[in-house]
Design a protein around this ligand. Sequence first.
Ligand code: FES
Length: 197
Amino acid sequence: MALAPETIAEIERIRAALPEARSALLPSLKAAQGERGWLPQETIKEVAEMLGLDPNPAYMLATFYTMLHTEPVGHYVLEVCRSLPCYLRGSDGVTEALRAELQPDEHGNSADGLFSLKIGECLGDCPHAPMMRVNDDFVGPLDAATIPETLAILRRRAEGGRVRGLMADPAAGPAPNEGPLTFSNAIQSLPLTRVRD
Ligand code: FES
């Protein structure tokens, strides 16, 4: 399935703003992922060809960066940092709490298709350890004890199939009178800090 005209326009805008096509590849793949939720092989090829690049290095790039997804993921991709500063401050406990709540399959996806759990390396914000990335939000310090409440809030906000995920309508958006379905909106009532984008 070809990319939507808006995504194509966004990729053209990105390309025009950068001196080299290679520099435009990563943000263009992110733009394509924003439409699809993940990057099928044919989408990576389409983006590379739009930029006049070889699809093979583009595919290697997509598999290298953990923020790009070459397999279907849930609406919320939770990437917990396991590097030493986060580990010393309890990232293992956070991961275990997430696993206990989500019961992820072998691909890390929860049965409802809403969440994907990943384990990653340093997210670059060690003073806020333990950290995790939730889509484009970076949050910490995490407390394993608040994980069930955090997930409950996210689930409530996703009620009604208004999210893009494995089981939801790709065209669905936020409900009327509800802010964008972002993690930082959802966690406002929790003692977490959204430390940077
Ligand atoms: S070690 Fe976790 S953010 Fe740096």
